[in-house]
Design a protein around this ligand. Structure first.
Ligand SMILES: [Zn+2]
Length: 334
């Protein structure tokens, strides 16, 4: 079968690899759409998180946000049949076919006909966003700041909007992404390349200073860090900004990953009683809920899909996804 194989940083090659053969209880999906994830990009850029790729003889096949059609099952498989349109989770979907192990077959989700394969392939990153939002447990009267308008940050905006009427302030360095945030339900957006995020948000929400161990506070109930820090980062990190912005006893939910360790003022966390929450992946219920949000129309993921490439052009697809100004979600169409 055809596959895009990762060989090393900035080196993804279109190759022929063996087509998986099925054992009893397994199912084979013909992949129709597979999104390039932020974690795939950390691998693509620097060779990080290699464990998220499926090993082959020559390298690793990336890709875990996908959908497709069941083309074969073997032995006693009850929950899916040939011809079903489906989405599921697993690694190595930058390929023509994806084999689902017996213990994973029951968790394959069926897709209604009105949902495209590309939309369905965005349910995994939406579940990641939803998990972060569920950790924050937002309510109507709150003010929330979302920093970083990549696919996860934009999904956080969408998930908040689907669940409540909280005021959403969205921050990014790309005007194009900020326009998208407004379209998806953010109340206020601004470009942190042109305005200082902490002073701008303090001005928007009101701010103060705690005494004894001095710490600044703004009227922000939760800050989502969907930006992290790239390897070449220097200056004031988004996490540092988030910790200084959030209100006393507020939450900072970190859903980004960091390519380097940061220095932060830990006393701010202690003095303000911040709940600093790491957000990783999602529960099976959240995956199902995110798919339901898409199929019911509560969340529209179509505007986020900015590019589609064939598997042959995987290298160009990865380079395009690296370009934050041009691309939001790049889809491979094997
Ligand atoms: Zn992902």
């Amino acid at each position: 079968m055809k596959a895009a194989v990762f060989h090393g940083p900035r080196d993804v090659r279109f190759e022929e690899v063996p087509t998986p053969t099925l054992q009893d209880g397994e199912a084979l999906i013909k992949v129709h759409a597979c999104g390039i994830c932020g974690s795939d990009l950390h691998t693509y850029r620097h060779g990080l998180f290699l464990g998220l790729g499926l090993p082959t003889e020559t390298g690793r096949i990336l890709g875990h946000e996908f959908s497709g059609e069941i083309v074969e099952t073997k032995g006693d498989v009850q929950t899916v049949k040939v011809g079903d349109r489906v989405t599921t989770v697993g690694m190595g979907a930058n390929a023509e076919y994806f084999k689902v192990a017996p213990r994973m077959v029951p968790s394959i989700s069926q897709l209604p006909d009105h949902i495209s394969f590309a939309e369905a392939a965005t349910s995994e990153p939406l579940a990641t966003s939803l998990h972060a939002v569920n950790l924050a447990a937002p309510s109507d009267e709150q003010t929330l700041v979302v920093m970083g308008m990549g696919i996860i940050g934009l999904g956080v905006v969408q998930a908040i909007r689907a669940l409540c009427r909280a005021r959403i302030i969205a921050v990014d360095l790309s005007d194009k992404r900020l326009e998208m945030a407004t379209q998806l339900g953010a109340d206020v957006t601004f470009n942190a390349g042109r305005e200082d995020a902490v002073s701008k948000i303090s001005e928007l929400t009101g701010s103060g200073q705690l005494s004894l161990v001095e710490a600044p506070v703004s009227r922000v109930d939760t800050v989502f860090d969907c930006a992290g820090a790239p390897r070449d980062f220097s200056g004031t990190s988004v996490l540092e900004q988030a910790l200084s912005l959030v209100t006393q006893n507020g939450k900072v939910v970190v859903v980004a990953v960091f390519e380097k360790a940061l220095e932060i003022d830990h006393n701010v966390i202690v003095r303000k009683g911040i709940q600093l929450l790491g957000s990783w992946a999602w529960s099976p219920q959240e995956f199902a809920q995110s798919l339901e949000m898409i199929t019911s129309g509560k969340v529209d993921r179509k505007p986020l899909i900015t590019h589609e490439f064939s598997l042959e052009d995987a290298s160009e697809a990865y380079e395009t996804q690296l370009n934050a100004e041009a691309a939001i979600k790049v889809m491979l169409r094997p």
